[in-house]
Design a protein around this ligand. Structure first.
Ligand SMILES: CC(C)(COP(=O)(O)OP(=O)(O)OC[C@H]1O[C@@H](n2cnc3c(N)ncnc32)[C@H](O)[C@@H]1OP(=O)(O)O)[C@@H](O)C(=O)NCCC(=O)NCCS
Length: 170
C-alpha cells in the first residue's frame, strides 16, 4: 500500500520481520517517540529482540522507504474468550517523519485488517492525555474518547493522565 504524501509514494507497508529489530530499536529510542509513549529510552537491540520473541501481535507491520524503517504499528486481539471481538492498536513514527501521512496509513491498514480479515467489533487504545497529536490522528480515524485514567503513568518527573479511546464498528 502506498503512503499518502507524494514524496512517500514509493514507501511500502509490509510485515515486521525479526531483522527489523535494530531499526525498530533506534526508532523507539527517539526522543519524540519516548515522549509520546511509555517506551523506555535506553533499550538495547538484545532487549528488544527478546521482547519481540514473546510479543506476537496478530498484525505487526512497518512502513519502509528505501530500506529506512519509518514507522511501526501492531494490532493485538484480546485473548480472553469473551473479548475476542476486541483488539488494541499501537503506532509509532520516526520523529523526523511526522505529519507525512505515515501514522494514519499504518493505523488505517490495521483497521482494514480488523474489519475485513479478523472481524473485530471494537478496536481500542490508550494514549497519554498530553499527546494531542496522536489523539487528533485517532479522532480523524473514528476513535472516540471513553474517559480519563488519572495519574496513569510517571513521565518526566510527574504523573500524567491517559485517555482510553475506542472505535466501535457498527
Ligand atoms: C502520533 C504519531 C503516530 C502520528 O503519526 P504521523 O505520521 O505524524 O501522523 P499523520 O501524518 O498520519 O497525521 C494524520 C493526521 O493526524 C493529526 N495529527 C497527527 N499529528 C499531529 C500533531 N502533532 N498535531 C496535530 N494533529 C496531528 C492531523 O489531523 C494529521 O493530518 P494533517 O497532517 O493532514 O493535518 C507520531 O507523531 C508519533 O509517532 N508520535 C510519537 C509516538 C506516539 O505518540 N505514538 C502514539 C502513542 S498512543
Amino acid at each position: 500500500m502506498s503512503l499518502m504524501t507524494p514524496e512517500y509514494s514509493h514507501a511500502v507497508i509490509r510485515a515486521f520481520e525479526p531483522s527489523d529489530v535494530p531499526a525498530l530499536t533506534q526508532l523507539l529510542n527517539m526522543p519524540g517517540v519516548v515522549a509520546g509513549t511509555l517506551q523506555q529510552p535506553f533499550r538495547s537491540f538484545a532487549e528488544r529482540a527478546k521482547l519481540a520473541e514473546y510479543f506476537s501481535p496478530q498484525v505487526n507491520i512497518i512502513a519502509e522507504l528505501d530500506g529506512v524503517l519509518l514507522g511501526h504499528a501492531c494490532l493485538n486481539v484480546a485473548s480472553d474468550i469473551s473479548c475476542r471481538h476486541s483488539g488494541s492498536v499501537d503506532v509509532v513514527v520516526r520523529d523526523d517523519h511526522w505529519r507525512m501521512g505515515i501514522g494514519s496509513n499504518l493505523v488505517r491498514t490495521l483497521l482494514d485488517q480488523a474489519d475485513n480479515s479478523i472481524g473485530l467489533r471494537r478496536v481500542e487504545l490508550t494514549v497519554l492525555a498530553e499527546n494531542t497529536g496522536a489523539i487528533a490522528l485517532y479522532e480523524t480515524l473514528g476513535f472516540q474518547r471513553e474517559g480519563v485514567f488519572h495519574d496513569y503513568a510517571f513521565k518526566a518527573g510527574r504523573f500524567v493522565d491517559a485517555i482510553p479511546m475506542a472505535r466501535i464498528k457498527m
